[in-house]
Design a protein around this ligand. Structure first.
Ligand code: ADE
Length: 278
């Protein structure tokens, strides 16, 4: 059965759209939705095995898809990805910078290596993908880019590295929206809150208990779905968003407006240490 998109059929007919990290989770849902709407989707990720599964699923639904391995942290591999896509299709109408990753850890336990891995994958990888798609195609022909954030505007206790990297991506998105408007490039971002996605499988059981608790602090009292994030990405890629650039959309059930994700125990370690009038 084809993916049940709420957008109109053929919305992306004749469009070539790259989705990084398209083998799992939100990337997979986005790939299915775009293919169901007529796009040729190019899926790129480090490991081919997940991509092969999604390719087979999309082809079984009658969609058009190709796959290639690419580590977005490696400049040479990013350049090779665009060689691959431009040789085969001659164009890139859209780019979804979905690939990324992080791990849960209080900040004081994050090693330099762990910090660098998360920042390089999320922030540097996104930058390299944006720069190459612009230089290789969109500078001359225009296009649309959607970047992936997490909902991190009040900080993100437990994932300091990813929140810092995503805040960087948010700012990069704004800068590029202005610098590249002259070329007809739009660039936006989505910021998922707690999503019932395959990404959660990577978290330890202790974190899963915490996640269940966290659901109670979401105004909508549920997790979001991969499809609900994919729909926002597809909207931003579509002409319906033709006058939107540099924007970030939260997809979080209202949780950014009302949440308590980090227990601060009772303590007396923050006394007032001065009073200028005494
Ligand atoms: N998914 C997670 N990390 C990635 C990376 N470095 N390159 C491509 N896809 C990824």
């Amino acid at each position: 059965m084809r993916y049940q998109s709420i957008f109109r059929p053929d919305l992306f007919a004749n469009k070539t759209i790259i989705v990084t990290g398209g083998g799992t989770g939100i990337g997979r849902a986005t790939a299915h939705e775009l293919a169901s709407l007529g796009a040729h989707v190019v899926l790129a990720a480090r490991k081919l095995s997940n991509l092969e599964k999604v390719r087979d699923e999309i082809q079984a639904d009658g969609g058009s898809v190709s796959i290639t391995s690419c580590n977005i942290r490696e400049e040479a591999e990013v350049k090779a990805l665009f060689d691959f896509v431009l040789d085969a299709h001659g164009k890139v109408d859209g780019l979804v910078n979905n690939a990324g990753g992080q791990f849960l850890s209080p900040a004081e336990f994050i090693s330099l290596k762990g910090w660098q891995a998360v920042v390089e994958t999320n922030l540097t990888g996104t930058f390299l993908m944006c720069r190459e798609v612009f230089n290789r195609y969109m500078n001359e022909h225009g296009g649309v880019i959607v970047n992936m954030l997490i909902e991190m505007w009040r900080g993100f206790p437990g994932m300091a590295h990813s929140a810092a990297a995503r805040a960087g991506i948010e700012n990069l998105t704004k800068t590029l929206a202005v610098e590249w408007a002259r070329s007809g490039v739009r660039i936006n971002a989505v910021a998922p809150g707690l999503i019932q996605s395959s990404g959660l499988d990577n978290y330890p059981d202790a974190a899963k208990v915490f996640i269940d608790q966290y659901v109670h602090d979401i105004p909508m009292k549920r997790m979001g779905s991969e499809s609900e994030v994919a729909a926002a990405i597809v909207f931003l890629l579509s002409p319906a968003a033709a006058y939107i650039s540099g924007e970030s959309i939260r997809i979080d059930g209202g949780s950014s407006l009302w949440r308590k994700t980090w227990e601060v125990p009772e303590h007396e370690n923050a006394p007032a240490t001065f009073d200028g009038f005494r």
